[in-house]
Ligand binder design. Sequence first.
Ligand code: SOE
Length: 393
Amino acid sequence: MSVKKLNVGLVGAGFMGKAHVVAYSNMPKLFWPAPFYPVFKTVCDIVPEIAEDAKERFGFEKCCTDYMDIINDPEIDIVSICTPNNVHAEVAIAALNAGKHVLCEKPISATTEEAKAMAEAAAKAAEKGVVSMCAYQYRRVPAIDEAKKIIESGAIGELTNVRTQYLQSWSADPSSPLSWRFEKKTAGSGTLGDIATHAMDIAQYLAGDITELVSIVKTYIKERPVQEGGVDLLGTVKLGPDAKKKPVDVDDEVSILCKYAGGAVGSVEATRMAWGRNNYITVEAHGTKGSITWKYERLNELEVCYGMDDKDGERGFKKIYTGPANPHGDVTWNIPGMNIGYGELKAIEIYEFGKAIVEGYQPTTNFQVGYQLDRVCDAILESAEKHAWVTVK
Ligand code: SOE
């Protein structure tokens, strides 16, 4: 069998760049026949030493410090964007206009104006069969897809309430440095764009778009010691009291109450300051006949309560260990309970991206979805400022 080869250009060789490379490498090994086989052509990073290092470490043929070298290379088919948020738009639009398929890290951009321009460029490129995708990978966890199947089957009745949370702790310590993620000019927002968008994406996947909301948005740590260097160390290095400090102009924590297009109501909470919580994403979905609950830290397990089917006194959650019989069973190992993790999840994302490219459709997390999530973020900031319910535009 001969699988099509597609040449990959990676822009941004930090933490997420590594995640993309691992996912491209693993995808054809986990999914076979694979939609395509990646060829690691060029890696770009504005820091020359990081670019050189990434070339050697990840096995790219070339490296560069100007992303236009990737855009202008007619051999490159795919551009993966793993830069800080304020660079997404310029790279993505240039790549789409050059006819390259684009996988862009989330949030889609640092401003809604840029997100709109990206969605427009993606719509135009889509007419020529070019695919755009935002990296909202958590909706692709097999247990979340199984939850969606259960909801759509009607087995838990009409959804009444969907609550999601995304709690982390890596910035709870005030000596955790100020990286690009704490500056509006590079990140656009703080916890809101960084992780609340993941929780909202899962909620919207299950319950429909968020149509109205009321929010609270807080910043607790108003200044932080400045981190030198281009790679965000996500709080793994602490800086001492003598380090130069800069103000934080983005949020630390976001909470919303909302209404979904599907008729349910719910809430979304996100913070990067919850001591003891690491990558703690949770979903609780209640329907008129049952409930579903899930958390990322046990990502292979989905718990379902078929409330109406159980007798009083015997009612409770049944635990499903996802495996080969569940969505994306190809990536899981042969026996449920052997478990997948973040690496396999990112490979599922690359598989979905590749399938869309080869079969000629736009994936479910395309740029229009990224732009819609940016509009939800705008509504959240507006509501917090006005202390009032706001309709998502
Ligand atoms: C940091 O909060 C971060 O790396 C996010 O940017 C990712 O989107 C999330 O999946 C893990 O945490």
